[in-house]
Design a protein around this ligand. Sequence first.
Ligand SMILES: [Zn+2]
Length: 156
Amino acid sequence: MPDVLTPSQRRLNMSRIRGKNTKPEVKLRSALHHAGMRFRLHVRGLPGTPDLVFPGRRIAVFVHGCFWHMHGCYRTVAPKSRREFWSAKLRVNRVRDERARELLLSDGWRVLTVWECAIIGRTAVPVSDLVQDVGKWMDSAERSGHISGLECSAIG
Ligand SMILES: [Zn+2]
């Protein structure tokens, strides 16, 4: 089959498929960058290809879409059709996330997960607070942390 996509269309498709450069991710990283934080993006050599990496501080940050990674918050709406298919697919994502986190932790990395609901939508944390929360966590001794949307009851 001939390849009918232009390079830029292909990039767009790939980024959608891989869940990279999503709107919440771009919003978070531009806020952090603006605050003077410097990091690397999508480091493939690391388990789970973390979205942001602070190599000097050995910190990996994942920005997770609430639906794709089964956050359990209001943004995690189960599709009505093909329920079995979706639940199996999403469970696989969840297991993969957990495995990546464990591998990173056992290799001495600290891992922060920032959920989409903390960045966009009705439970979004004001962006300056978000930057502060990330900075606070980075300065803490916690090995593994999560930032969720305001008044979000979902855990991790
Ligand atoms: Zn969420």
